[in-house]
Write a protein that binds this ligand. Structure first.
Ligand code: 5RP
Length: 230
């Protein structure tokens, strides 16, 4: 799998994360995603809690987000206590012109999708390098370890080239926060994201895939330091 977006600078991510964090209002219940761009949003929400007395409760999508939120001083809650979120902020690996999104670079897309669908407003934060006319990024798919070979067979039948994500060349597979494996599947250019999303959801052994179709707005950190909202 080729490494993408390797040239994005952290200042673009920080600009996008900070802009999204400014949407958080007093009394909101928010969802916090995973990854290096969302990390800036979490840090900024934490700063506002500590310095401005912002009153907020957050649901996290991963151990990474939980650790960052605790470190930043963002008070946490759960979806069991607050099943409806006012706003969720999360990163993405690629965004197309219709705001279809591929996520899961951090292996957290299952919880991220639950949080995104629990939110009244789902904001994606990215740097400019993630924006593309069409989706052609590999699709991360969380799969039950027991079903991994069956899942690969089904992905090949759908025209994909699957690869189990490894922690490194010498280590074993990446294991998600839910104890599952991640299979990254190349589909080339994805002509119909909704159709592929539906087909992947019906594959036996699939827990969740990384195609998100419910993004409300994308905050894009630009090279010149500005933030473009699409
Ligand atoms: C984690 C994700 C991340 O949000 C996505 O990979 C983007 O991460 P980053 O902001 O570090 O580029 O989907 O599962």
């Amino acid at each position: 799998m080729k490494e993408r977006n390797a040239n994005a600078s952290s200042s673009e991510k920080e600009a996008a994360g900070n802009a999204a964090a400014s949407l958080v209002e007093d009394g909101m219940i928010i969802g916090l995603g995973t990854g290096s761009t969302t990390a800036f949003a979490i840090a900024e929400v934490g700063r506002r809690v500590r310095e401005e007395g912002l009153n907020v409760l957050a649901v996290v999508t991963s151990y990474q987000a939980e650790m960052l939120a605790i470190e930043a001083g963002v008070p946490l809650t759960s979806l069991a206590e607050h099943p409806v979120l006012d706003l969720a902020i999360d990163g993405a690996d690629q965004v197309d012109a219709k705001l279809n999104v591929i996520k899961g670079g951090g292996a957290a897309h299952t919880h991220e999708k639950v949080v995104a669908h629990s939110a009244k407003r789902f904001i994606v934060v990215v740097d400019e390098s993630k924006i593309s006319e069409e989706l052609d990024h590999f699709v991360p798919i969380e799969v039950l370890p027991y079903a991994r070979e069956l899942a690969k067979k089904q992905f090949i039948e759908l025209g994909g080239k699957p690869q189990i994500r490894l922690a490194s060349r010498k280590d074993g597979p990446v294991i998600s926060d839910n104890g599952n494996v991640i299979i990254d599947v190349e589909f080339g250019v994805i002509e119909d994201a909704a159709e592929l999303s539906q087909k992947l959801s019906t594959c036996v052994g699939v827990v969740e895939h990384g195609i998100f179709l419910n993004t409300d707005e994308v905050y894009v950190g630009m090279k010149d330091g500005s933030v473009k909202i699409i």
